[in-house]
Design a protein around this ligand. Structure first.
Ligand code: SF4
Length: 269
């Protein structure tokens, strides 16, 4: 994230700010319909962390937006699960049904720090992001009680690019399979070790292709999301957004976590 902000956007990545699209989930077309349709996914603060202390002043408004858009899935990812409980809104109870929390687990150390906290938090949906994966991880019994719905895994890129060993990926995949948890291997990272050989894969599309070809990703138990309209009534599945995928998406390992193709052409570059 630091590398991308600096190189591609010429931004200082250490500055935390409220983006101009903060209220985008509430924006509407002229006909009064929301721009983001019921059943769509929003990755919140994908290049930052929703639970940063510097963002405390804005979080209450963000929770209000998520509550108002109870028909949209909000995906939160954090490296700071120890801050989550104190940051929840007063009406949270067992968690809003349209909010999912994932923690980053890039090594055994971080896994053992963060997974017990994640499992103790009141969220209806939970996941794990092992990216960048920089060491072997034994998930012990963190996946066994059925709380974790999805584990996503990928190697490191850009600055630093520490190696990712395929044996580590396989070990996590096996733990997921044993517990019927969906596992997605999204990319190899720049330095990838397989069967004792080290590969240098600078091209991200090649990394994705290699991850896809490994065939290691699989679907476990399907999470059940209940999307509610403004009256609190469940929206039937037939009225929810159906993601649109193109030919090239069929071989993309990200499909499991993607909101669908917007035909912008960026994935094909
Ligand atoms: S739009 Fe298609 S190619 Fe791009 S990330 Fe999503 S599934 Fe992959």
């Amino acid at each position: 994230m630091y590398y991308l902000d600096q190189v591609h956007q010429n931004k200082d990545p250490s500055v935390v700010y409220k983006t101009s699209s903060f209220r985008y989930p509430l924006s509407k077309h002229r006909n009064g319909r929301y721009q983001i349709q019921s059943g769509e996914k929003i990755h919140v603060c994908l290049n930052s962390d929703f639970f940063l202390k510097e963002a405390d002043a804005w979080r209450e408004e963000a929770w209000r937006i998520m509550k108002e858009r109870s028909d949209v899935l909000f995906l939160l990812l954090t490296k700071r699960p120890e801050r989550v409980r104190e940051c929840l809104p007063p009406d949270w109870e067992d968690g809003y049904e349209n909010v999912s929390l994932s923690v980053s687990c890039e090594s055994q150390l971080r896994t053992d720090e963060r997974m017990p906290i994640l499992l103790s938090l009141p969220f209806q949906h939970k996941g794990v992001m092992c990216a960048p994966l920089i060491g072997e991880i034994d998930f012990r019994d963190y996946l066994s009680d059925g709380q974790i719905e999805q584990v996503t895994c990928g190697g490191e890129n850009y600055d630093g690019k520490r190696p990712c060993n395929y044996d580590w990926v396989k070990k996590i995949a096996e733990a997921c399979k044993k517990n019927n948890v969906t596992f997605t291997f999204v990319e190899t990272g720049t330095v990838f070790i397989k069967d004792g050989r080290t590969y240098h894969l600078k091209d991200k599309n090649l990394q994705k292709e290699m991850a896809f070809k490994s065939g290691i990703s699989f679907k476990g138990k399907e999470p059940v999301y209940r999307f509610l309209d403004r009256m609190g009534l469940e929206i039937p599945k037939s009225e929810l957004y159906v993601p649109h995928f193109r030919e090239h998406c069929k071989r993309c390992p990200n499909q499991a976590i993607c909101n669908g193709c917007t035909d912008c052409g960026r994935c094909e570059k």
